[in-house]
Write a protein that binds this ligand. Structure first.
Ligand SMILES: Cc1cc2nc3c(=O)[nH]c(=O)nc-3n(C[C@H](O)[C@H](O)[C@H](O)COP(=O)(O)O)c2cc1C
Length: 177
């Protein structure tokens, strides 16, 4: 069965470098053909982001919640993720991302806010019930020239973390038979 994967990009500018980084992380982490990818560029949905109710946003929220793996990516704005991404995540009820494995990704001008995805976005994803397999991934714009190597290293780290979790998961499932 194919893995259901989503990339959610919280950049008010469409087709951003942040989006490319998130898509590349998925490409590096998973083997081709093993997954179906949906990319949600929230820049395409700003008109509806504060509309309530909104069938458009409800559909996006549901689709993300039904995914197996989601990369949530944002440029760093004022030391944290964007208000656009927060507005999207605020639309979930408690535990709205239960069952989702979530990877937080920030890009930023330099390394000043490198802990941002780990210290700001990761706790929000955990609060929504998602499982976050390790530290958040941060890419400073100065690393764009080494994008391939940097993202490859991050993907290798997530793959190792996920393999460790899979062992624990198998044992925990066996205990419940
Ligand atoms: C409103 C605003 C606030 C920003 N605040 C920060 C910041 O606090 N720290 C930082 O490293 N970069 C900051 N930046 C720079 C962006 O994070 C950086 O340019 C981003 O990685 C660009 O991503 P993009 O090319 O996908 O738009 C800010 C940019 C904007 C427009």
């Amino acid at each position: 069965m194919s893995l259901r994967v989503a990339v959610v990009v919280g950049n008010p500018r469409p087709l951003s470098r942040t989006r490319r980084v998130a898509e590349l992380l998925v490409e590096k982490l998973l083997s081709p053909g093993s997954y179906e990818l949906e990319v949600i560029d929230l820049a395409d949905h700003v008109d509806e982001i504060f509309a309530w109710p909104s069938d458009e946003l409800a559909g996006l929220n549901a689709s993300v919640a039904e995914s197996d793996l989601v990369v949530f990516a944002s440029p760093t704005y004022k030391a944290t993720y964007t208000g656009l991404l927060k507005a999207f995540l605020d639309r979930y009820p408690a535990n709205g991302l239960a069952g989702v494995t979530a990877i937080p990704v920030h890009t930023g001008a330099d390394f000043t806010h490198a802990l941002g995805p780990t210290f700001t976005l990761s706790p929000l994803l955990a609060e929504l019930g998602a499982a976050v397999p390790g530290r958040g991934f941060y890419l400073a714009l100065s690393q764009l020239e080494q994008l391939d190597e940097v993202v490859e290293a991050a993907a290798a780290e997530y793959a190792a973390n996920l393999a460790g979790l899979a062992k624990v998961s198998a044992a925990a499932s066996a205990a419940r038979v």
